[in-house]
Each structure stands twice: as C-alpha cells, then as structure tokens.
Design a protein around this ligand. Structure first.
Ligand code: HEC
Length: 100
C-alpha cells in the first residue's frame, strides 16, 4: 500500500467511525446528568430506574428518540431528553452500550 492510499484508508475509517458510532467520551460527559437515576456507570441504584450499561446501542438511540417524539411516554424521561441533540443521543448510546 502506498502512502496516499494509506492516508485515504485512515480518513475513511475516521469519517465512517464518527458517523456510525457516537463519541464515547462526549457521551460520558453528558451522562453526568443521568447518573442520579441510571448510575454513574449505567447500573441503576433503584428498582424503578432501568440499567443502561451494556444495552444495545441502536435500542438506546431508539428509546431516547421515542421519548423525544412522545411515542414512548414517561414524564421523567421525556423531560430528561428534551434538551438532547441528535449527537447527544448518539454519544450517550455509544457510552452506555460500551460499558461491559
Ligand atoms: C429522574 C430520574 C431519571 C433521570 C435523571 C434520567 N432517567 Fe432515563 N429513565 C428513568 C426512568 C424512570 C425510566 C423508565 C421509564 C419507563 O418506565 O418507561 C428511564 C428510561 C430510560 C431509557 C430506556 C431504557 C430501556 O430499557 O428501555 C433510556 C435509554 C434512558 N432512560 C436514558 C437516560 C439518559 C440518557 C438520561 C440522561 C440524559 C436519563 N435517562 C436520565 C429515569 C431517569
């Protein structure tokens, strides 16, 4: 492989990686506001709050988007996701899904 195709390969990896998966570090920072209920590492301390650690990434994105659109109703969570952007949702899902 010559230098140029190597550079292109790295660029493609970088670009596709950042489009497909969220940014784990950014998600972790954002997750500070979720920790009271879902636990700092996505393991909830209380029975009514679901664990998020290790959950499927696509499922987490869908649930957050369903809360945002109102097709899944929960007053607490609908208030929590109201201020999230699409990027925030992707980053949070990547963070929680990545916890073993
Ligand atoms: C005040 C407590 C509270 C906070 C803070 C909170 N949540 Fe939740 N979350 C809940 C409850 C309660 C549910 C279950 C809702 C239901 O019964 O439908 C839930 C459900 C969820 C679900 C769906 C889980 C599943 O298995 O279907 C996701 C995803 C989620 N929360 C993400 C977040 C994120 C991301 C944040 C931070 C931005 C956050 N939550 C902040 C209480 C909270």
């Amino acid at each position: 492989m010559n230098k140029i195709s190597l550079v292109i390969a790295i660029l493609v990896l970088f670009v596709s990686g950042s489009v497909v998966a969220g940014d784990v570090a950014a998600g972790k920072a954002k997750a500070a506001q979720c920790a009271a209920c879902h636990g700092a590492a996505g393991m909830s301390p209380m029975g009514l709050y679901p664990n998020l650690a290790g959950q499927k990434e696509q499922y987490l994105v869908k649930q957050m988007n369903d809360f945002r659109s109102g097709s899944r109703k929960d007053p607490t969570m609908q208030a929590m996701v109201g201020a999230l952007s699409d990027d925030d949702v992707a980053n949070l899902a990547a963070f929680y899904a990545g916890i073993k």
